[in-house]
Design a protein around this ligand. Structure first.
Ligand code: GRF
Length: 212
């Protein structure tokens, strides 16, 4: 069984979805950069080990990254899942975990990197929006795409309504991606994502919910 860690900064609904999915691996820790992250209590109540590496306790980004690296390696993690982790990670960190560092982003990348993606989607007038699970590369919200889900943008949408529609899909695709990696059916090879076995069809990597 492989070990994975989940990194959070806040409420941790993606973390909950991952832990509820009973992935084929062991969650050796939920780690937060914020001591007050609501997701920590939820994980602890489930018996999952938790840890805090408070970014405010470090003078530089590099020192924080070094401490975070040590905490992750102490947990023996084969896979690092960023789930609403709101700190930019430096190049050395990203390179160290290359191929086993995964993020979820609430847009159809490469559209709308960064924050406030639902507002940006509404302002731009796109007809479809969604989320992306990707391997992390040093460029922010970039990297080889593992799976995406598409949702419609409706005429009377607000950022909150659209965000909720996207979030429901985040919970499904993150589980799908993590399961594929932990089972060895999905990997990063020469900068591209390779899915093997029955997941080579488009339907496996692009999720379009019924009614979209
Ligand atoms: C999600 O929308 C995720 O895609 C983004 O931050 C949000 C975190 O939500 N990176 P939660 O903490 O998983 O509920």
């Amino acid at each position: 069984m492989k070990n994975y860690v989940i990194l959070i900064s806040g409420r941790g609904s993606n973390m909950q979805a991952l832990l509820d999915a009973r992935l084929p691996g062991t969650c050796s820790a939920v780690i937060s950069n914020r001591p007050d992250a609501a997701g920590l209590a939820w994980a602890a109540a489930r018996g999952v080990p938790t840890a805090v590496v408070d970014h405010k306790a470090f003078a530089s980004r590099e020192e924080f990254d070094t401490a975070l690296t040590a905490e992750i390696e102490r947990r023996g993690a084969d896979l690092v899942l960023l789930a609403g982790f709101m700190r930019v990670l430096g190049e050395a960190f990203v390179r160290r975990f290359e191929g086993r560092l995964v993020n979820i982003h609430p847009s159809l990348l490469p559209a709308f990197p960064g924050l406030h993606t639902h507002e940006a989607a509404l302002q731009t007038g796109v007809r479809v929006h969604g989320c992306t699970v990707h391997f992390v590369t040093p460029a922010l919200d970039c990297g080889p795409i593992i799976v995406q889900a598409v949702v419609p943008v409706l005429a009377d949408d607000t950022a909150d309504l659209l965000g909720a529609r996207v979030l429901a899909q985040e919970h499904l695709v993150y589980r799908q991606a993590a399961q594929g990696i932990l089972e060895g059916r999905c990997r990063l090879e020469a900068g591209r994502v390779i899915w093997t076995s029955d997941t080579t069809t488009g339907a496996a990597v692009l999720r379009v919910p019924a009614g979209a």
